[in-house]
Design a protein around this ligand. Structure first.
Ligand code: ATP
Ligand code: MG
Length: 408
């Protein structure tokens, strides 16, 4: 992590050497001060995108419209963005110190919350015009400027406030909260992809129940399309937070949310909230596995689960039954281990894996082909899968004779 910052420093230095101002900004400064893991490093500069690209030949113009260029140094991507005011970037080619300071402050001013509106220079000097550090100390999410106006400018910030509160276990400051209460309904105009991305971050946070509770307490659930149209809205059970904290698996946390819905509601929500096709398949498979395990887990169901679905779905379904209190901790470990062994043992997953083929049957019975071959193979397959028959050519042919003997 420190290495990443060192590489970032090199970029700042290089920009400085070329007589440009450059700062670390946003989430990275916040996380650094909090001693949290650093994800991406954002840099703000008075250099124009073209100028940045000249200094760093390996740069990619990822968001020229917003003045953003991505520099990849030592395999790490850095987003370098020209100082901006809301909607435009500031063109101070040869700024005096004062002009420069004002442009950095302008850039910080357009940011959403005071904890995200700090900058740090190459020597680690903090520029904190909105008392972000104090907000970190008092664990508060506070809007930069007038909350209501800032939320109206970009209502996604409403979700972001909840998201940061959930990730950092912060409170939302009173006036900021009031702003949310006043204009929360504007959330309905935000693209679902952006909301889903914030929801995923809430779900991945240490205590997602905290974020979800926030969405309820601030009356926001009703403005999230998909969620608002399901029973979820009236179903918020107290145990939800507790359940969510039993796993750190984001997919399983979503499964917990979906567990409180009817199947049609789940399918509706998955598409309405723009879950990726891959996520949808994964989630639906876990529900299929759960259905198989309803009424208690048995070896035969594990086999069926592995054959019809896949290891991950079955394993997650076992986790889920444990979280729901349907099996004990010992049973959970027992079945997870059993699943692992069964998976290793279970070589027959497709008809193709049988020790005999359709051709073997044709030769054996010496009859013309027809649907009977497939039917017979399917029958043998099922018996092998469910452990009633060994996957051995002699045994399979003997069984075939038993099943089809009269027709030979
Ligand atoms: P993380 O990357 O850990 O999710 P972050 O704070 O870096 O958190 P990003 O979404 O990466 O968040 O945005 C980087 C910075 O850009 C933020 O810290 C904030 O200063 C600013 N920012 C991002 N989105 C907005 C927004 N909708 N309104 C105002 N400022 C924003
Ligand atoms: Mg970021």
């Amino acid at each position: 992590m420190l290495e990443k910052i060192e590489v970032g420093r090199k970029i700042l230095k290089q920009l400085n050497t070329n007589s440009y101002q450059a700062y670390f900004v946003g989430g990275m400064v916040r996380d650094l001060l909090l001693g949290r893991e650093i994800h991406d490093i954002d840099i703000a500069t008075n250099a124009l995108p073209e100028e940045v690209m000249q200094i760093f030949p390996k740069s990619i113009p990822t968001g020229l419209k917003h003045g953003t260029v991505t520099i990849v140094e030592e395999g790490v991507p850095f987003e370098v963005t020209t100082f901006r005011k809301e909607g435009q970037y500031l063109d101070y080619r040869h700024p005096s110190h004062l002009e420069f300071v004002s442009s950095l402050v302008e850039d910080l001013k357009r940011r959403d919350f005071t904890i995200n509106a700090m900058a740090m220079d190459v020597n680690g000097l903090l520029i904190d015009p909105f008392q972000g550090q104090a907000a970190l100390k008092s664990k508060l999410v506070i809007s930069v400027g007038k909350p209501k106006d800032r939320f109206l400018e970009d209502p996604l910030r409403i979700m972001r406030a909840i998201r940061f509160a959930s990730q950092l276990q912060f409170q939302i400051e009173e006036e900021t909260k009031q702003g949310i209460l006043e204009v929360g309904s504007y959330l309905q105009y935000i693209a679902m992809e952006r909301i889903k991305s914030e929801m995923d971050k809430i779900m991945a946070s240490e205590n997602p129940g905290y974020g979800i509770s926030g969405l309820f307490e601030l009356g926001l659930i009703q403005y999230i399309r998909g969620l608002k149209d399901t029973r979820f809205i009236s179903l918020y059970p107290k145990e939800l937070s507790e359940l969510l904290s039993k796993t750190s698996d984001v997919l399983l946390r979503w499964v917990i949310i979906f567990y409180f819905l009817k199947e049609e509601e789940r399918l509706f929500l998955l598409s309405e909230m723009k879950f990726s096709k891959k996520e949808q398949v994964k989630i639906n498979k876990i529900f299929s596995a759960l259905t198989m395990m309803q009424g208690g887990i048995q070896l035969i169901q594990l086999k069926r689960c592995l054959v019809e679905l896949d290891f991950q779905s079955c394993s997650k379904a076992i986790e889920m039954t444990w979280m729901l209190g349907q099996i004990s901790e010992e049973e959970r470990l027992y079945w997870q281990q059993k699943l692992l062994y069964t998976d290793q043992d279970l070589k027959v997953r497709k008809i193709k894996d049988l020790a005999i083929t359709g051709n073997d049957l044709l030769q054996f019975f010496n009859r013309p082909g027809g649907p009977w071959v497939r039917e017979l193979l399917e029958e043998l397959f099922e018996q092998v899968v469910y452990g009633q028959l060994l996957n051995d050519p002699k045994i399979l042919l003997k069984k075939s004779l038993e099943l089809k003997g009269d027709q030979k």
